[in-house]
Ligand binder design. Structure first.
Ligand code: FEO
Length: 162
């Protein structure tokens, strides 16, 4: 059985995941509006993943006897200034999400909540992958420095994300 504090924290994380979803949808919209459809497709898939992360948390909350809430969600109002900027923001954002997940894992260990500790291992591993993927894209963009041919090649590669 979840503690009230853990129930609260997991519900809050559902909201955080869906804030991420809307953040990436805002980035998708910027890309589509500026004819970067390939990058837009990458952000759309990223948004889909965030929706799934929130659902995974909701399902666990319910399964573990907690009460679930559907949160009100709005994306961060950050002004988006281009492809490089959006991937830098994405990398920064994913590092924040990692810190959030680690905080919940700390709480689970403090409370000796072994089930939640075990459940969170999936998210801990997922964040390693997410950070690595985005760090890699940021590195490539920094190397390309806006050169159209490089940008085109990277966009084609990212558009093929499954
Ligand atoms: Fe759900 Fe990108 O962290």
């Amino acid at each position: 059985m979840l503690s009230k504090k853990m129930e609260e924290r997991l519900n809050e994380q559902v909201r955080n995941e869906w804030i991420s979803e809307y953040y990436y949808l805002a980035m998708m919209a910027w890309c589509f509006n500026n004819d970067y459809d390939g990058f837009g497709m990458w952000f759309l898939k990223q948004a889909d993943e965030e929706r799934a992360h929130g659902m995974k948390l909701l399902r666990y909350l319910n399964e573990a006897g907690g009460s679930i809430r559907i949160p009100a969600v709005a994306p961060p109002g950050t002004e988006l200034q281009g492809v490089d900027h959006m991937f830098e923001l994405t990398w920064e954002h994913e590092r924040k999400v990692t810190a959030m997940i680690h905080e919940i894992a700390d709480l689970a260990r403090q409370e000796k909540d072994y089930a939640t500790d075990n459940f969170l291992q999936w998210f801990i591993k997922e964040q390693v992958e997410e950070e690595n993927t985005v760090r890699n894209i940021v590195a490539q963009l920094r190397r390309i420095q806006g050169a159209p041919a490089g940008l085109f090649m990277l966009e084609s590669k990212l558009a093929a994300r499954q």
